[in-house]
Write a protein that binds this ligand. Structure first.
Ligand code: CMC
Length: 375
């Protein structure tokens, strides 16, 4: 059997139960729940910080707890001079996902977690506060040579990020849409990046290394990078007709349609899609881009009913309608998913066992060694 045949047989660990977790159910009855709360309830009613608190501590906050949590996140926004220097050294040609990963790795050196992990909750709050600042500071410095400050009257991560990106106050509608998207992206069971974070944490590594590793896994277009790839797909069509024609051709050529399909949800569909679609429609329902998106969705429903759109498909247009550059779609995913990764890192640490599976060997039989001079 060839290596590729073997990999196909193993199927990317599809269907393998790789551990226990109390954080999230994904795909049970097609639903998505964080600590037992339905994603529909959370997305329609909660600011992202409420959900981040839930993921960090296992319970929804009271108003007082939420207020204090938000204050701590706000106090964690500023970058110190060393981190700024790291960011200034990264050129504008860098992929923002690599930038974010470098910043998190640098934080591990500049503000290390203690060896006994007693400060892990503080570090989680630091990450929640600082990640929007990292992206916005670098965006303005790399592109325009200007340094931004981190003062803002915006109390939420959603509002703060939008304000610092544009350097002007965002509309309430954009802030609400951003909250919804951050809530939807916050947690998703043993997806590739979360599992990466857990593997790293299982070696008793620090929280910054675990999050940096997870960012690497999130970057790829089969995972978090799909929202950017979906945007490229949608904006590549200049009319509904061109979209129908183009998608048909892609299907004939057996190309992947980015933003469709999901390992866990399968035919039932990703419950996050309908929730973010509401916002995409509200923000840009009368635009060609939205009409093209719906045309692609409808065509896929007809031609590939087993491949419904996932959360990334309408997140792409929702972000576009908020004026966010496409390269920043997946970094926004980080700002949200860091809450889920850290919940899993805490859970892994609380009952740790090194994650170290085995493989089926398909290499050569044992053979005689020949010295380099005789080969
Ligand atoms: N477009 C066209 N064909 C597809 C697609 C798609 N988006 N997704 C799956 N297929 C086909 C695939 O080619 C394969 O066909 P065949 O059996 O003829 O070889 C069949 O469907 C089964 O697909 P698979 O790749 O074995 O399924 P998987 O569970 O390994 O992959 C997936 C899941 C999400 C990676 C895949 O559906 C995909 O690549 N989708 C596009 C990328 C994407 O949108 N990713 C975001 C996932 S959701 C957000 C997140 O978790 O980050």
């Amino acid at each position: 059997m060839s290596a590729s045949q073997a990999a196909k047989k193993q199927g990317g660990l599809a269907g393998v139960i790789a551990g226990e977790s109390a954080i999230c159910t994904c795909g049970l009855g097609n639903g998505l729940n964080y600590y037992g709360y339905a994603i529909e309830d959370l997305a329609r009613n909660c600011d992202f910080e409420e959900v981040a608190f839930l993921l960090q501590y296992g319970e929804l906050p009271t108003s007082k707890e939420l207020e204090s949590y938000k204050e701590k996140i706000i106090a964690s926004r500023a970058l110190n001079e060393n981190l700024k220097a790291v960011l200034r050294a990264i050129p504008k040609t860098a992929h923002p996902m690599n930038l974010m990963q470098s910043a998190v790795a640098a934080l591990g050196s500049l503000e290390p977690e203690s060896d006994d992990f007693k400060d892990q909750d503080e570090k989680i709050i630091r990450l929640l506060g600082v990640l929007p600042s990292v992206l916005c500071y670098w965006h303005h410095y790399a592109n325009f040579g200007r340094e931004i400050d981190f003062n803002s009257a915006q109390k939420s991560i959603a509002g703060y990020f939008l304000e610092k990106l544009e350097l002007q106050a965002p509309s309430d509608e954009f802030i609400k849409a951003m909250h919804c998207s951050l809530v939807l992206y916050a947690e998703h069971e043993f997806n590739a990046s979360t599992f990466t974070a857990r593997i790293c944490a299982s070696t008793k590594s620090d929280i910054f290394s675990s999050v940096a590793a997870a960012i690497g896994a999130l970057r790829g277009p089969l995972h978090g990078g799909a929202n950017e790839a979906a945007m490229h797909l949608i904006e590549g069509f200049s009319s509904v007709e061109a979209a129908i024609d183009g998608v048909n051709k892609k299907l004939e050529n057996k190309e992947l349609l980015m933003g469709f399909g999901h390992r866990i949800y399968g035919t039932g569909g990703d419950p996050r899609n309908a929730l973010i679609k509401v916002w995409s429609k509200k923000l840009g329902g009368d635009t060609l881009l939205f009409k093209v998106s719906e045309a692609i969705e409808n065509l896929m429903k007809e031609k590939k009913p087993n491949l419904p759109p996932n959360a990334d498909f309408y997140s792409a247009s929702a972000y576009y309608f908020m004026g966010i550059p496409t390269d920043y779609f997946t970094p926004i995913f980080i700002m949200s998913r860091v809450s889920g990764w850290c919940a899993h890192i805490k859970e892994q640490r609380a009952n740790n066992k090194l994650i170290r599976p085995s493989s089926t060997y398909i290499g050569p039989e044992p053979r005689n060694f020949i010295k380099i001079t005789q080969r």
